[in-house]
Design a protein around this ligand. Structure first.
Ligand code: FJE
Ligand code: FE
Length: 288
């Protein structure tokens, strides 16, 4: 069922980057287990220079161009079109995320998935998959890239520390995509490079997203005469735990947020390597 339709608008984020945020705004502060969803657009010298995370996972899915990353533990790399980086920040990561080009805009999605209380302080780790490695369901008029979870009998390779499904879906003219969302779960459909799309009995216009509540099938139809349509579908099982968020730190209680400020400030409990660390790639951003 569609709970509501939300219009997204460009806003500034990071150092000169632009995002169309669907989750993590006053209209939709969170969508348990999801904390934030951005469609981002950025090119050098802009980017997301050195910043911390604790208590959740960040998922970066590239559509166009590339994003370089570098963290305080010496982990570094670059993801290109169709690639995904699933980063479990756990007890603490400090990193930079910067586009690969001064000319071409890098475009993609960044999703933040919450961690349950008993996993918030786990060791940080990465799951990175190239486009070619992502499981793909394909029939005549429909393609589903399974980033996490399961679609029909295609199982995602990412092992999230939460119950969340993340698909990238492409429909040819007239094609229909159908999926049951379990009772009590939450979801969202975010079309991209797409002007109009039908979801259940509603038409979604450009820059709109649909918030879903589980309990029945979601049915998406390409009503365009000639164009392919593209959208991501995320849906997951709510954790039903208190969320106390302060910027890039997401814990259960205010007490834990204060502790996180102290840990970050004092470089302890996972933030040890923060001391004297500066990413090399952020120097691509002159103002930083
Ligand atoms: C940020 C903390 C952050 N959207 N889309 C606070 F981690 C970020 C941030 C991002 C981000 C990074 C990429 Cl590659 C893509 C993003 C937010 O890094 F912007 C704030 N303010
Ligand atoms: Fe980040």
């Amino acid at each position: 069922m569609i709970e509501k339709i939300i219009r997204t608008a460009w806003q500034g984020e990071g150092a000169g980057a632009s995002v169309r945020r669907a989750i993590g705004t006053h209209k939709l502060p969170d969508l348990d287990p999801f904390l934030m969803l951005d469609f981002f657009k950025v090119k050098l010298p802009d980017g997301f220079p050195d910043h911390p995370h604790r208590g959740f996972e960040t998922v970066t899915y590239m559509l166009k161009g590339s994003v370089k990353h570098e963290d305080f533990g010496g982990n570094a790399g670059e993801i290109g079109p169709g690639d995904v980086q699933w980063m479990t920040a756990g007890r603490g990561i400090v990193h930079a995320e910067m586009p690969g080009s001064y000319e071409e805009e890098s475009l993609g999605f960044q999703l933040w998935v919450n961690l349950p209380q008993n996993k918030k302080m786990i060791q940080p780790h990465y799951q990175e998959l190239k486009k070619e490695e992502l499981p793909l369901y394909k029939d005549e008029k429909l393609e589903v890239v399974v980033i996490s979870g399961k679609y029909k009998d295609v199982l995602g390779k990412v092992i999230p520390d939460s119950t969340s499904n993340f698909y990238d879906i492409h429909l040819d003219t007239g094609a229909i995509f159908k999926q049951r969302i379990p009772q009590g779960w939450k979801g969202l459909i975010y079309p991209y490079f797409t002007d109009k799309i039908q979801i259940n009995d509603k038409i979604l216009e450009k820059d709109e997203v649909a918030v879903l509540i589980g309990g029945d099938d979601v049915v998406v139809k390409n009503i365009s005469q000639s164009e392919k349509v593209n959208f991501i579908l995320i849906y997951g099982k709510p954790m039903d735990e208190p969320i106390t968020k302060h910027g890039p730190f997401v814990m259960n209680t205010q007490e834990e947020i204060f502790q996180t400020f102290e840990d970050y400030q004092m470089a302890k409990n996972g933030f040890e390597k923060r001391l004297n660390w500066r990413s090399k790639i952020s120097k691509l951003n002159q103002s930083f």
